[in-house]
Write a protein that binds this ligand. Structure first.
Ligand SMILES: C[S@@+](CC[C@H](N)C(=O)[O-])C[C@H]1O[C@@H](n2cnc3c(N)ncnc32)[C@H](O)[C@@H]1O
Length: 263
């Protein structure tokens, strides 16, 4: 049964066990952080980016890459105790910390941050316009918001997701087409700077991706019936056999850059 948008309950990472396998199954390939961070630093220059917020930092998989790429201090803001508890201690050394909080009420002072980075999280925010106003408040003038996310356009190109039609529908309902996302953020007073799609090596092989997917650490797949998950997995298995288990596995997602106007 397809739920109407207003009936979709926000997904709470503290009510499920997704955190247990998240880090393992959503591990970033060696080239992935560099791809995204080099694209972001074409706008947020490394030399002038000293303090970064990773909003909805989850298990912290981007914290250390952000710190080392920008040689900056990084604050992860994360509401879920489960997800932050999985952040590896070695990642939380010098210049990296995680603070409990939500995008709609960021526990930081105004005009203090050089870059807000959000990966795979805006679809979980309960009040996105309020979140974007908060981001604008904490950003220094002339600095940037970078959003790494699927949109309707990139979601519809994910071959594996077609095997889980109601899971795909969950994400379609809570995510936006590219142009609507740009409008939504600009309505908060931020300025649109750039959009691109980035093709990343998500897993070295289809086999690796299949094994990761079978751990079900994807929120949309937690929201469909177990039988549908199992039959989708079987369908995807046949797809992997057809493509070849050892074939490298790529996905494309959107990168948006917005700026806070110079005063
Ligand atoms: C799919 S995970 C992504 C985590 C991380 N950014 C990454 O790419 O691995 C989404 C995260 O957004 C967090 N989240 C949910 N609602 C949020 C909110 N209102 N403000 C900030 N983060 C939120 C969740 O708790 C979860 O850790």
């Amino acid at each position: 049964m397809k739920l109407k948008k207003q009936e979709i309950k926000p997904f709470d990472y503290d009510e499920v066990d997704i955190h247990v396998n998240y880090r393992k199954s959503r591990v970033l390939s060696e080239t992935t952080p560099r791809l995204w961070l080099s694209a972001i630093s074409k706008f947020a220059a490394v030399e002038s980016t000293e303090l970064i917020v990773d909003l909805g930092s989850g298990t912290g998989r981007f914290l250390e890459p952000l710190r080392s790429w920008f040689d900056a201090s990084v604050i992860g803001i994360e509401p879920s105790a489960n997800m932050s508890s999985e952040a590896v201690k070695e990642d939380l050394i010098d210049d990296v910390q995680i603070v409990r909080g939500r995008a709609e009420n960021i526990p930081l002072v105004e005009n203090s941050i050089d870059l807000v980075f959000i990966s795979m999280a805006i679809h979980h925010f309960r009040d996105r316009p309020q979140a974007y106003r908060e981001i604008r408040r904490i950003l220094n003038a002339g600095k940037f918001l970078a959003i790494r996310t699927p949109t309707h356009e990139t979601l519809n190109n994910l071959e594996w997701f077609k095997c889980f039609p109601s899971g795909l529908q969950v994400d379609i309902d809570r995510m936006l087409p590219k142009d609507d996302l740009i409008k939504e953020v600009c309505n908060s007073g931020l300025e649109f700077v750039h959009h691109t799609t980035i093709k990343q090596l998500t897993a070295n092989t289809y086999r690796e991706f299949f094994n990761n997917l079978s751990l079900r650490a994807v929120s949309a797949l937690k929201q469909i019936p177990d039988e549908e998950f199992e039959s989708g997995l079987k369908q995807f298995q046949r797809y992997c056999e057809k493509i070849g288990w050892e074939t490298p596995f790529y996905e494309s997602f959107d990168l948006f850059i917005f700026g806070k106007r110079e005063q």
